[in-house]
Design a protein around this ligand. Structure first.
Ligand SMILES: [Mg+2]
Length: 122
């Protein structure tokens, strides 16, 4: 599986990389929504996107809006949140996100969600 992590935290990128790499998954890390859109325009072959909410330049919701407009929503997107705000989560789902997980999360939680959204998408 190819996984794209979009998060301005290098720590979160490293943490998720350490969770997915031992299972044989490939991953790329973009530090904000803008960097992720640039990357997806060149190479959209990802199976899952893990998307942070708060980021400089272009945040999670901004990324979803632009990705929707540019039709770059090519795979399931899981939002990574630090707050349980139903309003914000509904907005993200309305813009094409599939699911969300609360930070910090364990590998079991992450892979549980990935299984859930990839099964739904197939
Ligand atoms: Mg952030």
């Amino acid at each position: 599986m190819r996984i794209l992590i979009i998060d301005d935290s290098k720590f979160i990128g490293k943490m998720v990389g350490e969770m997915v790499s031992p299972k044989g998954h490939q991953f790329e890390h973009a530090l904000d929504g803008k960097e992720a859109l640039d990357l997806l325009e060149k190479d959209s072959k990802f199976d899952i996107i893990l998307l942070d909410w708060n980021m400089p330049n272009l945040d999670g919701v901004g990324f979803l809006e632009e990705a929707l407009e540019k039709k770059l929503h090519l795979c399931p997107i899981i939002m990574m949140t630090t707050e349980n705000s139903p309003e914000k989560i509904m907005k993200a789902i309305g813009l094409g996100a599939s699911e969300y997980i609360m930070k910090p999360f364990t590998p079991d939680i992450l892979f549980g969600k990935i299984d859930q959204v990839t099964k739904r998408a197939s």
